[in-house]
Design a protein around this ligand. Structure first.
Ligand code: NAD
Length: 479
């Protein structure tokens, strides 16, 4: 049934503003316009920062439990809209309905987690070397934070940045991805309806090179948290470092799995396939290269091909679909070009490798991939996994670590000592043993190393609050 496109507007100083100008179409049904959003100017970004700065002192003075209570109320509002928001997420970004429900559930739980954090003590009381004195630390909000987010988790990522920023007393300007304005709009709506005061959260839609750039260059923005590609992140790092502002970057990956002879081939294939093809492989922690030791290689590769072939790509709202479309025409062109290049560089396409129609890409297994080829070294942000041969564990570990990236890595083994050794020596921010690289708990730190991350402050869990606060040390004596 055709649906009316949603009108998305900016949120600046508590007002919904900006003329909707840019259409977002359903990647599974290009004839369907899902949302129309503003294409904002740099001046809109600056106006949002002005509103955020004005709102900040009063918000910082609001007791943390009262700040948290708004997040908890927003969680309840989102829970009441869970199914509608999940369906919009499918239509806007292209996940399957179960994946979209999971993502909205995650946003609800993140709001709850950080809402409850409002009741937790921050800071410590420490002994002093001075008589009749106590030392205590206070966590002060940094001020106004800019959040720049990608399209691939269009409600979860804005939520896991905004919630810790808000509960710790900061005001926020969010710049969501151009491809997914509607999901960000749903988040902003529940926070406003839950009673967030005007100016505490501002949302500005538009191009990264315009709105994102203006936020990065605005001296009044004390901290910028970015998730997206490494190329854009590195540019932002230069701008923020120059003006000595706080910056947190979570970027691309080339996440590796090591499958050892002692693993069960079918179980290993299930783990790798879940990491590689879940959410159409459009996940920063997706498994992208698999190193396999000789004794299991043939059986594992055959089982992985079977997993890939079993997928039913299609419209995520249809019940039989197990994998949604690629997010856009541009992204599909990048994915298929990467597959063609892999072929030219000697890979064998053992499964998939083509787009049957529209923006649907069949899950793709590239076999006999050379470690020096592009398919082993460059991020492919789609359902494509490369299989590579290694001689043994040490050879495999060295190959896993021989990468510019270091976001997630995994090992399939039944050896406890190998699992421990791998966890200790692998160069990655997230390590999985016999579990898919993709899929994270919300209560634990998340982030990468090398070109995947600034590797300073972690996101998620209570660690997330560190980025949005600074420590003041108070010596409290009495006369
Ligand atoms: P992208 O870098 O193109 O865009 C991310 C955001 O940055 C968007 O909001 C975009 O508008 C904005 N932007 C673009 N140019 C900008 C500029 N010059 N100045 C300021 N902002 C700018 O990334 P994408 O295509 O939206 O997302 C895919 C990428 O994100 C992949 O590389 C993926 O690995 C990465 N990612 C990483 C994580 C992680 O946690 N490490 C999570 C999800 C996605």
């Amino acid at each position: 049934m055709p649906t009316t496109p949603a009108t998305v507007r900016n949120l600046i100083g508590g007002e919904w503003t900006g003329d909707p100008a840019v259409e977002r179409r359903n990647p599974a049904r290009p004839e369907e316009v899902v949302a129309v959003a503003p294409s904002s100017a740099a001046a809109d970004a600056r106006a949002a920062v002005t509103a955020a700065r004005q709102a900040q002192p009063a918000w910082a003075a609001t007791p943390p439990p009262a700040r948290g209570a708004i997040l908890l109320d927003a969680a309840e509002l989102l829970r009441a809209r869970h199914e509608d928001v999940a369906r919009d997420l499918v239509r806007e970004e292209g996940k399957t309905l179960p994946e979209a429900r999971g993502e909205v559930r995650r946003a609800i739980d993140v709001l709850r987690f950080f809402g409850a954090l409002g009741w937790h003590a921050t800071g410590e009381v420490l002994p002093s070397g001075l008589p009749d004195t106590q030392v205590l630390t206070r966590s002060e909000p940094v001020g106004t934070a800019a959040l720049i987010t990608p399209w691939n988790f269009p409600i979860a990522i804005p939520t896991w940045k905004a919630a810790p920023a808000l509960v710790t007393g900061n005001t926020v300007v969010l710049k969501p991805a151009e491809l997914t304005p509607l999901c960000a709009h749903h988040l902003a709506s529940v926070l406003v309806e839950a009673g967030l005061p005007a100016g505490v959260l501002n949302v500005v839609h538009g191009r990264g090179s315009v709105v994102g750039d203006a936020l990065a260059r605005d001296e009044r923005v004390a901290a910028l948290s970015f998730t997206g590609s490494t190329a854009v992140g590195q540019g932002l790092h230069r701008v923020l470092s120059e003006r000595r502002a706080r910056v947190q970057l979570e970027m691309g990956g080339k996440n590796a799995y090591l499958v050892l002879d002692d693993a069960d081939p079918a179980a290993a294939a299930r783990v790798v396939a879940a990491g590689a093809f879940g959410a159409t492989g459009q996940v920063c922690t997706a498994t992208s290269r698999v190193y396999v030791t000789p004794g299991i290689r043939e059986e594992f590769t055959a089982a992985l091909v079977k997993e890939a072939d079993a997928h039913v790509p299609g419209d995520g709202l249809l019940p039989d679909t197990t994998m949604g479309p690629v997010v856009s025409k541009d992204q599909l062109a990048v994915d298929t070009a990467a597959i063609a290049r892999a072929r030219e560089q000697g890979a064998r396409v053992a499964a998939g490798g083509f787009a049957p129609r529209g923006l649907l890409l069949r899950p793709t297994v590239l076999a006999d991939v050379d470690h020096s080829s592009d398919a082993a070294r460059e991020e492919i942000f789609g359902p494509v996994v490369a299989v590579l041969a290694v001689d043994d564990y040490e050879h495999g570990l060295a190959r896993v670590n021989d990468s510019a990236y270091g976001l997630a890595a995994g090992i399939c083994t039944t050896s406890l000592s190998r699992a421990h050794d791998f966890a200790a020596r692998v160069q990655a921010g997230v390590v999985k043993v016999n579990r898919p690289t993709a899929g994270l708990d919300l209560n634990v730190p998340f982030g990468g190393v090398k070109d995947s991350s600034t590797n300073t402050f972690r996101e998620q869990g209570t660690a997330a609050a560190d980025f949005y606060t600074w420590t003041k040390t108070v010596y409290l004596g009495h006369q």
